[in-house]
Write a protein that binds this ligand. Structure first.
Ligand code: DLL
Length: 432
């Protein structure tokens, strides 16, 4: 099923033409309505009329999270506050949050974008969907809620926390679709096991996950434990929230809602444009956002784009699962390490659960990488021989992928902290 056939199966030429028309409009609109853009473009010596092709976007300066912070809370708005119908915020790494706002029109676009991805991931009007994202300023819960509602599903705004209660609701209310972070989905699965349930005791069939990185192996684990078709979904508050891109049932990249978001992949070193299939930083432009246009927003997320048509019939470009962020990329002993690479290795071992921690320390000027993992259950805890062999195998697999030695700590089941929201996987204790 395709929610918006006209847009989602449009020819590449027509999509590019639509994007160019909208790009010209939004650049002019931002220049005329947001002093921030006028100042930035005047300083860079560019005018809206300089945008004649999609490639001309490269003439425009970037926007970063720091710009939003400096213009906190309403400095980036292009409309008076009376035209705003929703305000969200994403937690900043420090200090004030990043505030984002929506007009009625933006809310409509947001809802439609999420609805497309719901249908792409197998969601239907007869689904009963349990939204296990935190309701509040975070865009995840309400954003997905609106999209599922639009598709006609029955929405349970369960929010996060009290996992036993979540499981009770899931069973009693016959939930068919789960919406959460992938790590929380695995936590729910673990709790189900602990409580003595089997996947057959539930009616789950679809899992819409996102807001944090997850490997294909993690999705397989979720599929096996919960009996759902898991799809990955990407978005960020600055652009809209969830609804930027999401996987279809073929799971071969996240379809970008390209009529609303123009995606560029740039070299993290010199910001030159990279070709199709090359990994680099994703830079996004909101083509239609009326409240707070984001033109060339540096996401710091690393991915690549495939423009070939998908087996599902959609022609929209697909971005690969994120490889990480330019700022959570670890450099250990001079080697670039992405948490997603480590996760991929760990989850290929059936004895190891989905929770892990990556700890980086520095002793005598030497970096040390420790990976803490947990056993799926405690059946081999007393078996020294088996544990030794498992540890050697994992260390070898990590070394093959990362090219560096890793200290591995295998802990008993349930020793590591569980998260209801985004999981914190990396602890970098080095002092630079
Ligand atoms: O996390 C929006 C969202 C909610 C997307 C629910 C999907 C589902 P923020 O809180 O602003 O927005 O965080 C945005 O989270 O730049 C990525 O680094 C990361 N992120 C989001 N989705 C994914 C994903 C929401 N599927 C930041 N895989 C982004 C990996 C993701 N990282």
């Amino acid at each position: 099923m395709i929610y918006d056939k006209k847009i989602e199966t449009m020819s590449r030429a027509d999509m590019r033409a639509l994007q160019l028309t909208r790009l010209k409009e939004i650049v002019k609109y931002a220049y005329e309505n947001v002093p921030f853009y006028k100042k930035k473009y005047d300083e860079a010596g560019v005018k809206p009329s300089d945008i004649q092709t999609l490639e001309d976007i490269q003439k425009l300066p970037f926007v970063t999270k720091a710009d939003l912070r400096e213009n906190y809370p309403y400095g980036m708005l292009s409309v008076p506050l009376s035209k705003i119908s929703r305000i969200h915020a994403s937690s900043g790494t420090s200090g004030k949050p990043t505030v984002v706002a929506y007009t009625d029109e933006d809310m409509e676009v947001w809802t439609e974008c999420v609805a497309r991805l719901v249908v792409a991931g197998g969601g239907r009007s007869d689904d009963i969907v349990q939204i296990c994202f935190g309701y509040g300023l975070f865009t995840g819960a309400l954003g997905l809620h609106q999209g599922w509602e639009r598709v006609g599903a029955a929405v349970i705004p369960a929010s996060v926390g009290n996992t036993e209660r979540q499981i009770m609701l899931m069973k009693d209310l016959q939930t068919t679709a789960l919406v959460s972070t992938p790590s929380y989905a695995l936590h729910i699965a673990e709790e189900m096991e602990r409580l003595g349930y089997k996947p057959e005791d539930f009616k789950l069939r679809v899992g819409m996950f996102g807001s944090e990185a997850s490997s294909e192996e993690m999705h397989k684990e979720i599929a096996r434990k919960l009996h759902v078709l898991p799809t990955d979904n990407y978005g960020l508050s600055e652009l809209i929230g969830p609804g930027v891109s999401g996987e279809c049932e073929h799971k071969c990249g996240m379809h970008i809602n390209e009529d609303h978001f123009y995606a560029e992949i740039l070299s993290p070193e010199d910001f030159s444009p990279l070709g199709e299939g090359e990994y680099g930083e994703l830079v996004l432009t909101s083509l239609t956002k009326k409240s707070m246009p984001m033109i060339r927003y540096r996401t710091k997320d690393i991915t690549k784009i495939d423009y070939s048509p998908c087996a599902c019939g959609r022609t929209t470009a697909r971005m690969a699962k994120l490889k990480g962020r330019t700022d959570d990329m670890l450099v250990v002993k001079g080697v670039n390490v992405f948490p997603s690479q480590i996760e991929g290795v760990l989850l290929s071992f059936k004895e190891i659960g989905g929770s892990y921690e990556i700890v980086v320390t520095r002793e005598d000027y030497k970096d040390k990488l420790e990976v803490r993992v947990e056993l799926v259950d405690d059946s081999i805890v007393g078996d020294y021989g088996k544990l030794e062999k498992l540890s050697a195998d994992i260390r070898h697999a990590l070394k093959t992928v990362l090219q560096i030695d890793v200290k591995l700590s295998i802990l008993e089941h349930k020793s590591l902290k569980r998260y209801e929201g985004k999981a914190k996987r990396v602890i970098d204790l080095r002092k630079y």
